[in-house]
Design a protein around this ligand. Structure first.
Ligand code: CP
Ligand code: NVA
Length: 308
């Protein structure tokens, strides 16, 4: 049994297998052909934080695969009243076939997985957002940026940045990360990524100047400056991230045909200008839709149907 807690746990071949499954199932879905790969299966979906995309894509995804999704908000289940994660895991995993969790610390997700009888999927933690990166990579492929892309991440060193580090170091991409001082990535995750990059020949660099990062790149990406749980730091963060907003002047330094990705929700006037966001809306919303397709590939793969 495998869990999907971080891309660090998967080989390049395994990541590509899941992407291939996602592409196949997406093509079937587009023809309104719903193959019941996960017939009669139940996906438990535990949310300790808000969500639009993750909830809708997982719930729709499991339904289209022939199963059913159970939305479990921590404010409704006993977890929210203090029932331990390990007890929650031992109960829920006896009744469902797979579990997706969105929570705070990665260690809470790991604790759940350690006590779970069924595969557990990370639906976002403070540390990682790996399902988003699978959708992002699928989108890059679809828009012609899947082969040896140069990627620039401009913004906060957060769960998205950490996930980009994992994807790039596994797949051998060039990734340039520009963060303001004091908002860098976790040093342990950087070390992991640099070690993996040695195997894959990925080129990973860190800087504080967004212009230097974006120059001549194929893919530009960013994320909110204020992640869920950081609302109290809003003012300090807005001050620290001055000069990091992706606007047309910064974007003009990327390749002419560069694509812009954003996991959403986007905050116009902060990490991205309204003009830049709307100019790239087609790719951004294709990326959002790909959450549905990428996660179907992941779920079918975790169920053991790697060659489905
Ligand atoms: N990108 C993403 O995970 O969106 P939600 O927070 O809406 O699920
Ligand atoms: N970094 C953001 C991602 C939201 C999908 C957060 O954790 O809130």
């Amino acid at each position: 049994m495998r869990h999907f807690l971080t891309l660090k746990d998967f080989s390049k071949e395994e990541i590509l297998e899941m992407i291939a499954l996602a592409q196949k199932i997406k093509a079937q879905t587009k023809q309104r052909k719903f193959v019941p790969y996960l017939e009669h299966q139940t996906l438990g979906m535990i949310f300790e934080k808000s969500s639009t995309r993750t909830r809708v894509s997982f719930e729709t995804g499991i339904y289209q695969l022939g199963g059913v999704g159970l939305f479990l908000s921590s404010s409704d289940i006993q977890l929210g009243r203090g029932e331990p994660m390990k007890d929650t895991a031992r109960v829920i995993s006896r009744m469902v076939d797979m579990v997706m969790i969105r929570t705070f610390e990665q260690s809470k997700l790991e604790e759940f997985a350690a006590y779970s009888k069924v595969p557990v999927i990370n639906g976002l933690t403070d540390t990682y957002h790996p399902v988003q990166l699978m959708a992002d990579y699928l989108t890059m492929i679809e828009f012609g940026k899947g082969d040896n892309p140069v990627i620039a991440y401009i913004g906060d060193g957060n769960n998205m940045t950490h996930s980009w580090l994992m994807l790039a170091s596994k797949l051998g991409f060039e990734l340039r990360i520009a963060t303001p001082q004091g908002y860098e990535c976790d040093p342990f995750i950087i070390l992991d990524a640099l070690e993996m990059a040695q195997q894959s020949a990925a080129k990973i660099t860190f800087m504080t100047d967004p212009k230097e990062a974006i120059k001549g790149c194929d893919v530009v990406t960013t994320d909110t400056w204020i992640s869920m749980g950081q609302e109290d730091e809003k003012e300090a963060r807005i001050e620290a991230f001055k000069g990091f907003m992706l606007d047309e002047s910064l974007m003009s330094l990327a390749k002419d045909d560069a694509i812009f990705l954003h996991c959403l929700p986007a905050y116009r006037g902060y990490e991205v200008s309204e003009e830049t966001f709307e100019k790239h809306a087609e790719v951004i919303f294709a990326e959002a839709e790909n959450r549905l397709h990428a996660q179907k590939g992941i779920m079918v793969w975790l169920d053991g149907q790697r060659d489905a």
